[in-house]
Write a protein that binds this ligand. Structure first.
Ligand code: ZN
Ligand code: ZN
Length: 274
């Protein structure tokens, strides 16, 4: 079985349309596929239409930012009922914050000599949502920075001109939204946060206590050793395991839809009942 439960379209910070992403998943031979845009399910209608058209099993998903111990983490909501009002009210709160953050970031950049940043970034973001990645792309296009790394270093983090801290809902609240919609809450890419392994284990322990269902064991960039490590944690904290590429379609991203290492055969998978 080929399973990829973590992908983005241009409804958040991906490059391709939901139709194009679904077509790629079909071409790669995915058996189960999920579109998980940041804090929005708006791309799923189009994705579902195309999935029906080409005969692909689409799991309705989302990737929600959340606060844990003053840090931003990402929690996937998989197999959610996108019509649930509690769930959508939560996402709306995050969409509103993203709008506000974009305005603040643009003001900060204006102070550093990058003018009309909001107007310019709106051209880069194909749909309504503006992410930090869009700001980064805009700054590179404008010739202000040469690559993503320097953009984030010079402009978009901490006390830099475009740095605005995340004000997302707390992790337990986010898990609550996902459960209200009947979905599974899964911690995304546990090794991508700037945390020591000890701290990641504390994170998993807290989240598991708050009802987290699973953890992403296999990601598009995982090495075999990393997969072994995270699958051991999944067992330790009694979590289901998940697998997803985090495909965005960026030109410099080597990740491909459905090109993932196998899941070690030690835990229960998040998709076992689907
Ligand atoms: Zn993420
Ligand atoms: Zn993602």
């Amino acid at each position: 079985m080929k399973i990829d439960l973590h992908n983005h379209s241009y409804y958040s910070d991906g490059v391709l349309s939901p139709t194009e992403v679904v077509n790629l998943a079909k071409q790669e031979g995915c058996d189960i596929f999920s579109l998980t845009d940041h804090d929005t399910t708006d791309g799923l209608l189009e994705a579902q239409k195309q999935a029906d058209e080409v005969g692909l099993k689409l799991v309705h998903g989302v990737e929600i930012s959340a606060m844990w111990s003053n840090m931003t983490i990402h929690i996937l909501g998989l197999n959610v009922d996108i019509n649930n009002p509690i769930f959508q009210a939560g996402l709306k709160q995050h969409q509103d914050f993203r709008q506000l953050r974009a305005e603040k970031m643009a003001r900060g950049l204006g102070g550093a000599g990058v003018f009309s940043a909001l107007e310019k970034v709106k051209v880069v973001a194909k749909k309504g949502m503006i992410t930090r990645t869009h700001f980064a792309q805009m700054l590179i296009q404008e010739g202000v920075c040469k690559d993503m790394r320097s953009v984030f270093k010079r402009f978009l983090t901490g006390k830099k001109p475009g740095g605005v801290g995340g004000q997302w809902a707390q992790f337990d609240e986010v898990i609550g939204w996902i459960h209200a919609a009947g979905g599974k809450a899964v911690l995304a890419h546990p090794l991508r946060y700037r945390m020591t392994n000890t701290k990641i284990k504390r994170l998993l322990s807290h989240l598991s206590g708050a009802g987290l269902d699973g953890v992403e064991v296999v990601t598009g960039s995982s090495s075999k050793d990393e997969i072994t490590l995270v699958s051991q944690w999944a067992t330790q904290f009694d979590l289901l395991v998940s697998s997803g590429s985090d495909y965005h379609g960026w030109p410099n991203q080597r990740t491909r839809i459905g090109r993932l290492h196998d899941m070690p055969n030690v835990n229960q998978t998040v998709w076992k009942d689907w």
